[in-house]
Design a binder for this molecule. Structure first.
Ligand SMILES: *Cc1c(COP(=O)(O)O)cnc(C)c1O
Length: 344
């Protein structure tokens, strides 16, 4: 197979360093890793292999098909979206994967099927997935082997009273569910302090270089940099336009490179006229409209860049989120399947 004309440069040291930082901030709690959505777009298998090597013992995916992709790695995986009827055969036969039961029906289904260890999600105010604290109090979990009781914070990235309310509602369940461990904090939740860490934290986005709260500034390193190949270099004469709908017109004769990157690769149209590429320390602006598979950049400042050369795309998540209005989560998870994913 030939190499793709676009790739993600993935920094193993930064990924591991971010996990260690989050683990240290988790205090005495263990630190897991959310690797749903294919490791937030980086590639779940490679993320799991690296973090398991660094000492991470708990991994979280959304669905059973995501868990199956990781099954041979021998790590403990929790499936956040629980246990539909059609998931039962896979769940019963899985060696190291547990469902995160999140409805009354799922808890009954798992008990009736004679399932082994499971996790349980309890809703403490987000009203997304989870059984209610009352369900726990009235014995729904009796007879189940609950490894971890989870809840999820709705606004961990903001300083709002809901955080404390959710934490207290969760803490009130200590000793009542039969669970061996309790887990509440995502990335931003870790920054809320030790009160929120319980026995196990579950960061996702900050592992991959995002800075959801100021407490992570200067401590979390960038992991992902897209690199793309120049397919054509041309001089656009003054007065001519570039790209769909001719949204950019050359004021003077301009050197333009067309690179193999577009909105089908997650480089959405909000980067039009705003994104930046870089080569050899020279910064080059995106010009005109981003197409499905192609983007034009002004390479006037880089006279040596030629057809076939690679340029990197500015992708520092906090800055690029501010620039485009996309969330740091969207910026990672929309990176498509066409990139070669290269770990260094
Ligand atoms: C996605 C997710 C996480 C990780 O959240 P981040 O904000 O990416 O750190 C943790 N717990 C649950 C239940 C999740 O769905």
């Amino acid at each position: 197979m030939t190499a793709a004309p676009l790739r993600l440069r993935l920094d193993s040291d930064a990924l591991i360093s971010n996990w260690r930082t989050l683990a240290a901030m988790s205090g005495t709690a263990a630190c897991g890793a959310a690797v749903k959505a294919d490791g937030y777009g980086l590639g779940a298998r490679e993320v799991v292999r690296r973090l398991a090597g660094a000492g991470c013992r708990d991994f979280f995916v959304a669905t059973w098909s995501e868990a199956l992709v990781l099954a041979d790695l021998g790590v403990a995986i929790s499936v956040l979206h629980g246990l539909r009827g059609e998931d039962l055969p896979a769940a019963i036969s899985a060696a190291t994967t547990r469902p995160v039961l999140s409805t009354v029906q799922q808890a009954r289904r798992w008990r009736e099927a004679g399932g082994g260890a499971c996790d349980v999600m309890v809703d403490t105010g987000m009203n997304r997935l989870g059984i209610s604290p009352e369900d726990v109090a009235t014995g729904l979990l009796d007879g189940l082997r609950v490894e971890t009781l989870l809840s999820h914070l709705a606004s961990a990235d903001e300083d709002v009273p809901l955080n404390r309310l959710q934490r207290d509602a969760f803490a009130a369940l200590a000793g009542k569910s039969g669970a061996r461990r309790m887990s509440l904090a995502n990335s931003a939740g870790i920054a809320l302090g030790r009160d929120y860490a319980f026995d196990l934290t579950r960061p996702g986005i900050a592992l991959y270089g995002a800075v959801p709260v100021a407490a992570f500034e200067g401590r979390i390193r960038q992991v992902v940099t897209p690199e793309v190949q120049i397919l054509q270099r041309r001089c656009v004469p003054a007065g001519q336009s570039v790209g769909y709908n001719a949204t950019w017109t050359a004021a003077t004769d301009t050197e333009v490179a067309v690179v193999n990157l577009g909105y089908a690769d997650g480089y959405l149209r909000c980067f039009s006229g705003k994104g930046r590429a870089r080569a050899g320390g020279v910064e080059m602006p995106v010009i005109g409209r981003v197409s499905m598979d192609l983007t034009a950049i002004d390479v006037s400042a880089a006279p040596d860049l030629a057809e076939g050369d690679w340029v990197s795309i500015d992708y520092a998540l906090p800055a690029v989120a501010a620039l485009t209005g996309l969330s740091q989560y969207e910026l990672l998870t929309s990176l498509g399947a066409r990139y070669d994913r290269m770990w260094y």
